[in-house]
Design a protein around this ligand. Sequence first.
Ligand code: KDG
Length: 314
Amino acid sequence: MIDLVTLGESMALFTARRTGLLRHARDFGLSVGGAESNLAIGVTRLGRRAAWIGRVGADEFGELLRSTLAGEGVDVQGMIVDPDAPTGLMIKNRRTSEMVDVRYYRSGSAGSRLRPEDLDVSLIRSARVLHVTGITLALSASAREAVRAAVAEARDAGVTVSADVNYRRALWSPEEASAVLRETVATTDVLFATEAEARLIVEGADPAALAGALSDLGPRHVLVKRGPLGAVELSDGVVRHAEPYHVTELDPVGAGDAFAAGWLAETLEGAGPERRLATACAAGAFAVAADGDWESLPRRSDLDRLRPADAVSR
Ligand code: KDG
C-alpha cells in the first residue's frame, strides 16, 4: 500500500566542486534533483511508502533517476521512459561560499512532456495523500493538465491533496503563477509556501495573516515556511509557531521539500500537530546542513539529535 503519490520532473544534477564562476568549475559531482522526488525520498526515509510519477529520457540520466529513487525505496512503477526527449539537467554551483546558484536545462525535456494519460490513476486513488507542486504546473501545458487531472482524481477518491507552491521564477512570471496557483490552492487540503510565495497569491502583514488569507481560499492546513526563523502553521483555525533548530547552513536547496516531507510523514503516522511541525522543521534543518538537494534528509533515528536554535544562543 502506497501512502503518498507525487508527480513531477526530476533531473540529473551536476554540482560544481569548486566555488566561483561556473566556467572554471572543472569537476562536477553527479546526482539527481527534483522537488517531488526529494519529497518522496524524505517521506520514505521517515518510514512511509511513497511513489513518484514522471517522465525521464531513454538515456543514462533516466537510468540514474530510476536507480537512485528505487535505491532510496521510492516506488517508481509510475516512471515513464520517453524515447523522444532527454532527461532534463540541473547545474548547481557556489558563486561564493554563501551563494548557491542553480541553472536548468529542461526546456523540451522528457519531464516537461508529462501529460494526463501518464497518470497511474489507480495508484493515485488508492493512496492516502497526493502531493503536487507549482513547478509541475509551470513546466508545460500538458504537465499542468496532468497535475489538474491528478488532483481531480484524488479529490474524487477522498485522497488528501497536498501542494507546495515551490515558485521558480525561471519557469514562469509572478503574474501567470498567481492566477494558476490561486486555482490550485482552492483544491488543496494542505498547502506549503514561503512568505514570498504566499504573497504571490494573497496579501498579509505577517506569516499568520498570510496563512489566514490562504486558508480562506480552501486549505484546512496552511504551513508558512520561514527558513531560519521556523514556521507558522494554521490548522483548523489554530495558529502554531515552530521554532527553528540550530544548524550551520551549507546548501539551502531542498529545504522546503524536506519540511513538507517531515510534516506529511508525521501526518501519515497519525502524529499530533506539535510533533508534525517539529519534524518538518527538523527535516528542513537536516536538508540545509549538508550539500545536495536530498542526500541529508533524516531517518527517524536522526530526528531527536538536533538542538533548538534558542537553546544554543542562550
Ligand atoms: O526544491 C528543490 C528543487 O528546487 C530541486 O531539487 C530541483 O525540482 C527542482 C526545481 O525545479 O528547482
